[in-house]
Design a protein around this ligand. Structure first.
Ligand code: GDP
Length: 447
């Protein structure tokens, strides 16, 4: 995800500060300046960045921190808290309940990703056992109904729309009534967008909203607009009671941080983010796990959620068992590398863990080199015996084994040792999951 770059810079700044022998005012200032630059590059509003810096300095008064205090931890915690404050709108969104009918209306400008997001939202819930349905009340854009129909058919979600009816209010009402009768618990109404904010769009939104009485109006916006999200979100909020926001295209734009903080400043909760064009490139947005992940501290709740969401049901028990045992073998590393190279569902799951995230294994701009490195590691592992692959004790890898693997794979001893170091690094992260309480599907209701 594109924010990995922002997270990477912040993490590096904290790391550099921790490497200093003495953490004094100067070292702290350098660290904060680096973080500020990263936030400003992500298009976070200047005032927000300055407030954050002042707050951290107030909380972490270097002179008052007696010797013996873990300054690094205190500073890191303060940065974590301030980033959370920056992204926290201060109020939760309406949460629909499974089994009880909720009407969710989606609004946004044309091209923001609204139609795609409606299907992603439906698909996300369908996989959790909901009964969603889609209504296409976008009569403005030619082809809107076809697009929704295509997406819905692919995801096997019931849909309603018309090629001939031009009144969006009529379609919306008919669609909602149809699906209420069918006992759908999540009726999603996709409305028209426009290229820009204009009176006709807002009037149509108001009419559809009055006629369908949605439980929640979701405003969908494209993250590439950065801090301009503030004005756009405000404009939509003034026309209809927007209760939640979904920020799309977080995979492709460096301004994502600016967009998220700007939305929070309008006191609208962001509930999901779009991270790609595919149906499952969609993530629940929760401030604390998000910041945790941004700072390379991992996102455990997102991780578990993702396991239940994308790992095929029959593979879940085995994977969860391996995780809870905390024993990371070279074979597991091999399998994870395979998934990461393919970036298939399990690769997506592991990208949520610190150390496994694509930004760490494949830093931006160095994807090719990193891929080659992973493939090299895998070639070396191909020369290992089953005993070596299945052992979680790195001590068995003695010199003669290392030399044999190097010879067998045609690589240098140094490279085998480097691969084993990588294994130890990842094993350490994996071991943190030992004894992890694994939630069952029933516990995994929305948010
Ligand atoms: P609408 O006009 O607002 O309904 O927008 P669409 O749903 O038609 O989306 C516009 C374009 O953005 C399409 O090409 C989508 O595939 C793409 N899109 C939507 N969400 C995302 C996302 O999260 N990431 C990326 N990369 N593309 C997205």
């Amino acid at each position: 995800m594109v924010l990995a770059q922002l997270g990477g810079t912040i993490t590096r700044a904290i790391q550099q500060m921790s490497n200093a022998t003495i953490i004094d005012e100067k070292v702290l200032n350098e660290c904060l300046n680096e973080i500020n630059r990263a936030l400003l590059n992500a298009d976070v509003q200047f005032q927000l960045v300055r407030n954050m810096q002042n707050n951290i300095k107030r909380i972490v008064n270097i002179e008052d921190l007696a010797a013996g205090h873990n300054k690094r931890r205190i500073i890191q915690q303060a940065i974590f808290n301030e980033l959370c404050n920056m992204l926290d709108p201060g109020k939760p969104a309406f949460t629909p309940k499974k089994g009880k009918t909720s009407i969710i209306m989606f609004v946004g400008l044309q091209g923001s990703g609204k139609t795609t997001t409606c299907t992603k939202y439906a698909y996300y819930h369908q996989k959790k056992g909901w009964k969603p349905a889609l209504v296409c009340a976008d009569t403005f854009r030619a082809g809107a109904f076809d697009q929704l129909k295509q997406n819905a058919t692919k995801a096997k979600i019931p849909f309603y729309g018309s090629y001939t009816e031009s009144d969006p209010v009529k379609i919306a009402v008919e669609g909602v009534e149809t699906f209420k009768k069918e006992n759908c618990d999540l009726i999603i109404v996709d409305t028209s967008g426009r290229h820009k904010q204009e009176a006709a769009l807002f009037e149509e939104m108001r009419q559809v909203s009055e006629a369908t009485k949605p439980d929640l109006i979701v405003f969908v916006m494209d993250s590439s607009i950065g801090q301009a999200a503030f004005d756009q979100a405000q404009a939509f909020k003034q026309s209809v009671p927007v209760g939640a926001v979904i920020v799309t295209k977080m995979d492709g734009h460096a301004k994502g941080g600016g967009a998220l903080s700007a939305v929070a400043a309008t006191k609208s909760p962001v509930i999901f983010i779009g991270t790609g064009e595919h149906m499952d490139e969609f993530e629940v947005f929760d401030v604390k796990p998000f910041v945790s992940r941004l700072l390379g501290m991992g996102d455990w709740s997102g991780f578990m959620d993702k396991i239940h969401e994308v790992v095929p049901k029959d593979q879940q028990p085995e994977l969860l068992q391996k995780l809870s045992e905390g024993n990371f073998t070279l074979r597991i590393m091999y399998e994870q590398f395979q998934h990461i190279l393919k970036m298939g569902p399990i690769g997506q799951v592991f990208s949520m863990l610190p150390g496994f995230s694509s930004s760490e294994l494949m830093p931006k701009g160095q994807e090719k080199e990193s891929q080659a490195k992973i493939k090299r590691y895998m070639t070396m592992m191909d020369s290992m015996t089953n005993e070596e692959l299945d052992s979680s004790n790195p001590k068995i890898m003695n010199d003669s084994r290392i030399m044999r693997i190097a010879r067998g794979s045609g690589r240098h001893v140094r490279e085998v040792m480097e691969m084993l170091e990588e294994y130890k690094r990842l094993a350490k992260i994996w071991s943190k999951m030992k004894g992890l309480k694994i939630p069952t599907r029933g516990d995994m209701n929305m948010r």
